[in-house]
Each structure stands twice: as C-alpha cells, then as structure tokens.
Design a protein around this ligand. Structure first.
Ligand code: CA
Length: 498
C-alpha cells in the first residue's frame, strides 16, 4: 500500500528518534571522548535499539570517559531572528549611526560571519529554509505566504520535516516566540510543525502597538487568540524571558523572531528621541529604523541576562541573523552591498550572522566562508545528536566544525537563491533565481531581467556584471545546475491543493 504523506513523516521521525534511555548514554560518551571515528560510530548507535550491543561498544569506546555529561547539561539553542535588518545595520557590521552594544558584544565574545546568506530576499521563503534546511522552493515556499490568497506565493509543504520536529524527537523542548509567517491555518501553524510551545504573531508585518492586520488579531498562545498590550518587541522579549525563567533542566531550542526593524517604523518614542538627539542631521525615517534596532538590542540584552541568571548562558548556543536584507525605502542600510530586500543581489540576501556559545566558540573570530541559512538545521541536529541523513534534498552543512575552528566548509559549495513575487513591474508573480558557487554568482534580479555573472571575490558590490557569453563554459555549468534545481522543484506545489 502506498504510504501517505503523514506516514512518510512518521516513519522518518521514528528513524531519527533514538531510544531515550540509550540516548543519554550515547551523549555521555560522545561528550566524554571526542574524535571523528567515535562520532560516526556513536551516531550510528543512537539509532540502534539493541542496548546490549551498545553497552559492549560503549564500554570499549568510553574507557577514557571520566567526566560524563548528564542529560540536563545538553546545550540549549536560542535563535534570534531580526526582520528585514540590513547587512550594515549593526555596530559590528559597520553602522556608525546605530548603537548595538549587546549584539556587538555577542559577536566579540563569539564569532561574526561576513558571508552568510538567506536563500531568498523576503520573509517566508527564508524562514522555510531555516526550518527545513532546504531551498524554499523544495518545501513549497518560493515567495511570501499571505492571508490574501490571490497575492500569496507559498504553501509550506505539510510533509516537510522541520528542525523543530527533529529536536523535539531528540528530547528538546521546542519553542517559537514571535513572528511565524508560514501559514495562519492548520496544518501550518507552529504547533503543527514541531513546536511544543508558541506565543506570537502568525502573519507578516504588524502594527507594533495595535497588533492587527487585515482587520484581524493574529496574536496566539499556541492556537488560542490572545490580546496582549504593549510594543511587540517588548512583548516578544518578555515572553522569552518568562519561558527561560520557568524552564527546568530539559534542554530547549527557542526561536525568538522579532518583527523589528520591519516597517511600519514605530519605535518607542523615547528611543526615537534619543537617536534624534544623538545623531545630528539624521532623517526621521532612518532615526525611527535605528531606534527599532536599538530597542531590539536592549531586549536581547535582557534575554541574555535571563540566561545568565539561570546559569544557562555558558552552555547555550545563541545565533543571531536577519531573515533577509534591508528595505532601503524604510531606512535600512545594506552597507556596501548592491540591492535590497526583494532583490537577489547581495543587499537582498547577505545578512548579519553572529554565533555565541561560550563553552565551545572561542571569542573574537571573524569568518568569511560562504554560509547559508540552510546550515542552521544540520547544525542544530548535530547538537541534538539526531541523524538527519534520511531527509532527502537537504542542502546545509553543519557549522559545528566551523564553531570549533576545526575545519572549513567546501569552497565550491553552491547556494540557490529564489524568489517568486512582485519584483519590478515586469515580474508579477513570476519566479526568478540566482546561484552562487564558490566565488561566482549568476544572478537574475527580476523575471524579465537577463542573467549576469559577478565575481564575488573581487566584486562583492556586484558593480561589474559579466555577460554569460563572455564566460560560456562557466555559464554552461551554472545553467545545468540551475536547470536541475528547477526540474527537481517543478513538482512541488506552492499553493494549497483543493
Ligand atoms: Ca523579513
């Protein structure tokens, strides 16, 4: 009998779910004696149900295991996502009119990444990639998911396994606080997609104070409508701190998705006035945007303090990123990068990325490798000791070796960028792509525009386009790879079926 979608997902989850009893012991050994060979063997064991077999091999491998890591010491994971923040909109990424001491300090005490990319230049696709480890069009989200179906360009494939599914099965409490934007109905609400607990805003942009869109309230605690009062940034910060304060020794994986500094530009008045007074000559729009970032930075400071108060900071991996590039018409600054939100040029897809994990990451490193938002899922799965090799079509690489300073990712890795939607008058609802492989990027920045190459090593500002006919051999290779991607994704619906 043919398996249904949910059967397939269930059987996958059985594969990644280790025996609880065995899992703790595997972790003990994994942490106690660490080498490549042991990792491979132990991971294989994590799926093996024969406890006796495990014990024999474990006793051989863990002879030198003096310090055993208990279940409660498994690392927590906190992923903080800003919305539409530009590449140049933090002090540590070159902003001279933004004060972001918390994130600057996080970068200084951890790693800062200068070449991190989302897979699209708008909200929903990037988030779909982050959660699935795949290009967004592989999971039905090539464009923005909207409440208005005639203007919606994505439907998050219900059978796609999320990182929340994987970590939940590995024994983590999975939490999402803040903006979701991957569907407002079941089976695509956060609780349907692997999150134990959800509190936040289901759709895209929101009025920071009224919390309404399309004339409706989209604030939910799990699936129950709630009517909280206050600035959205403060609410999401406070709810995160509440969760951390109430957490027990179970490890958690918490996504904190701010809506800042996405438009509408509605910072708290005192933050706005402070920026206006400090930055002489700054225009109102930029001042409001700067104030939204600084307000968020202060919120993150309070979240970090709550981790420290609970003595969880040292063993928490904190990742900070923006879901796409900044919107210049809303006051963002993408530094020296060309383009902006909506474009597949770097200003649309290259975003700030910071990682901190005091127990593992040495302070002060700056990494310039080509990274992708699809790397988050395998990174988190490795932390949870989950085998995700059974998931077809995964594109990311685990960043754990990078965090440890042990290895470099393949230089010739490729990233496909995709967007379906309205970019310029010529491309209403059509899809367009870019692809980077190593130092070269082939870009179509709107459906009606031609493909051009950029050499990203020498021209990261994308100011010197090279026509494909000038690089025919290279173009042939890129064309073949991109065509393969398009054929592979052509059968994946991006609208809900009847
Ligand atoms: Ca966004």
């Amino acid at each position: 009998m043919k398996k249904t979608v949910s059967d397939k997902k269930a059987s996958f989850l059985r594969l990644v779910k280790p025996e609880k009893k065995e899992f703790t012991k595997v972790n003990d050994c994994f942490e106690g004696k660490h080498n490549k060979e042991n990792e491979v063997l132990l991971r294989r064991l994590s799926c093996n149900r024969l406890v006796l077999k495990f014990c024999i091999v474990a006793s051989l491998l863990c002879g030198a295991c003096h310090v055993c890591i208990s279940q409660e010491e498994r690392p927590n994971i906190l992923v903080i996502v800003a919305d539409d923040m530009g590449y140049g909109d933090l002090g540590c990424f070159g902003a001279d009119d933004i004060q972001s001491p918390t994130l600057d300090k996080l970068a200084k005490e951890g790693m800062r990444f200068t070449n991190f990319h989302t897979t699209s230049s708008v909200c929903s696709p990037s988030r779909a990639s982050m959660l699935s480890g795949k290009s967004p069009d592989k999971v039905g989200v090539p464009g923005v998911v909207r409440y208005n179906k005639s203007d919606s360009f994505g439907y998050f494939a219900p059978e796609a396994v999320t990182v929340a599914d994987v970590l939940k099965e590995a024994g983590y409490k999975t939490v999402l606080i803040g903006k979701w934007h991957l569907g407002e109905e079941s089976p695509n609400q956060p609780n349907d997609r692997g999150f134990d607990y959800y509190k936040g805003w289901l759709v895209g942009m929101t009025d920071y104070y009224k919390h309404e869109r399309y004339g409706k309230n989209w604030m939910r605690e799990n699936k129950t409508p709630i009517v909280p009062k206050g600035h959205v940034t403060d609410l999401f910060t406070d709810w995160t701190i509440d969760y951390i304060n109430k957490s027990n020794d179970e490890p958690f994986c918490l996504f904190l998705h701010y809506t800042a500094p996405h438009s509408p530009l509605q910072p708290p008045q005192d933050y706005y006035e402070k920026v206006k007074a400090r930055e002489k000559g700054i225009d109102d729009k930029r001042a409001k945007y700067v104030a939204l970032v600084e307000h968020m930075d202060d919120g993150i400071a309070n979240v970090i303090q709550s981790l420290k108060d609970k003595k969880k900071y040292e063993n928490t991996l904190i990742l900070f990123l923006s879901d796409n590039g900044g919107a210049l018409h809303h006051g963002a600054n993408n530094g020296e990068l060309a383009g902006m939100k909506g474009d597949l040029l770097e200003g649309g897809v290259r975003v700030p990325f910071i990682a901190s994990w005091p127990k593992v990451i040495k302070p002060g490193h700056i990494n310039d490798e080509l990274l992708s938002i699809t790397d988050l899922m395998p990174t988190m799965a490795e932390i949870a000791h989950s085998d995700i090799s059974h998931i077809k079509g995964l594109e990311g690489h685990s960043l754990i070796p990078v965090f440890k300073g042990e290895s470099k990712l393949p230089h010739d890795r490729s990233i496909v960028y995709v967007r379906r939607g309205n970019n310029k008058l010529c491309s209403i609802g059509n899809v367009f792509y870019a692809m980077q492989k190593g130092d070269w990027k082939l870009v179509q920045n709107a459906a009606c525009e031609p493909f051009v190459f950029y050499n990203m090593k020498e021209d990261k500002e994308e100011s010197k386009p090279i026509l494909p006919e000038e690089l025919p051999k290279k173009y042939k290779k890129f064309e073949k790879a991109l065509k393969k991607h398009i054929v592979q994704t052509s059968t994946i619906p991006w609208q809900k079926g009847e």
